[in-house]
Design a protein around this ligand. Structure first.
Ligand SMILES: [Zn+2]
Length: 305
């Protein structure tokens, strides 16, 4: 097995999610040299999830064929980035309170950094995406829920409790739909995949968000109405982010961006209609589902120098 060497040219980058655990050997150029993924055994709870994670790390370290300098993990849930502890994670049953960085460090003996998966993906976009010279940006992940990360001059903004960038819980509609976070009217209730599924079913009981998007492409009036509301709601949040942060760009990632050819131009139109005097720059994420792995490795690399 590869041994620890702080000058080594590779780190492991791991994306720990509720569906799958993806990992890669990543070099200092942000290139993935070897990739592995396994299903997350959520039904086995914490012990099963840790077993799957440890065995993936062991195999990656074996495949690295050279010393590995550290292990970076982007995990679902709320993470304390200082201690690397999972504070809460609805999609990783039994894992709340797990001191993940400590457990991995004890087992493998090399530096470990654990961060939130959206933070890792944002750093992945910075490192390996298409941001050019932009160092300050907001990252918004439109998936089952809505995640966010804020990067200022190349560094993540964590806030007092590590929870900065919770874009999905900005209140868009006071008194609106109840959110899992306890508030009403959060952005996540209007522009996530879950929200689009709900809106699609309101149009037709057998539709989901994929069907809705298909129908938009075919010009179905009720489907287009839903998408127009979606881009207006999203624009409203993006304009708020722009005004708060003055970012070089707002990068949109997550599963919903796979359908963005249907709504991207509508989003740009809504942004300029709602904020005619400002130029709110939006970009599509480029590193795709590799962003989390690349960024997790980047975060641990940046702590080794
Ligand atoms: Zn909320």
């Amino acid at each position: 097995m590869a041994a620890y060497d702080s000058q080594a040219g590779t780190c492991l980058g791991i994306d720990l999610g509720g569906t799958g655990i993806k990992g890669a050997v990543v070099n200092r150029e942000g290139e993935l040299k070897y990739q592995l993924s396994v299903r997350t055994p959520v039904e086995e709870g914490r012990e099963g999830i840790l077993r799957a994670l440890f065995s993936l790390i062991t195999e990656l370290m074996h495949e690295a064929q050279e010393p590995v300098a550290g292990i970076g993990i982007g995990s679902a849930g709320r993470i304390d980035p200082v201690t690397g502890t999972i504070l809460a994670a609805a999609n990783l049953p039994g894992c709340a309170g797990t001191p993940l960085a400590k457990l991995i460090h004890e087992k493998f003996g090399i530096p470990v950094h654990v961060d939130n998966d959206v933070n890792a993906a944002a750093i992945g976009e910075l490192w390996a995406g298409a941001l050019g010279d932009i160092q300050s940006f907001a990252f918004v992940a439109l998936g089952t829920g809505v995640g966010g990360a804020l990067v200022n001059e190349g560094r993540l903004i964590y806030g007092e409790r590590g929870a900065a960038g919770e874009v999905g819980h900005m209140i868009l509609k006071p008194g609106g739909t109840l959110c899992g976070c306890g508030q009403r009217g959060c952005l996540e209730q209007y522009v996530s995949g879950t929200a689009l599924n709900r809106a699609a079913q309101a149009v037709h009981p057998e539709w989901n968000s994929h069907r809705l998007i298909q129908q938009c492409a075919e010009g179905h009036p009720a489907a287009l109405e839903v998408i127009d509301q979606f881009v207006k709601d999203l624009s409203s949040a993006l304009i708020t982010l722009h005004n708060l942060l003055d970012p070089g760009a707002i990068v949109l990632g997550g599963g919903l961006t796979a359908s963005s050819s249907v709504w991207w131009s509508r989003l740009e139109e809504a942004l300029s209609a709602m904020s005619p005097k400002k130029s709110v720059t939006v970009r599509a994420a480029q590193a795709g589902n590799q962003a989390g792995m690349i960024g997790a490795a980047g975060l641990v690399f940046s702590r080794l120098t």
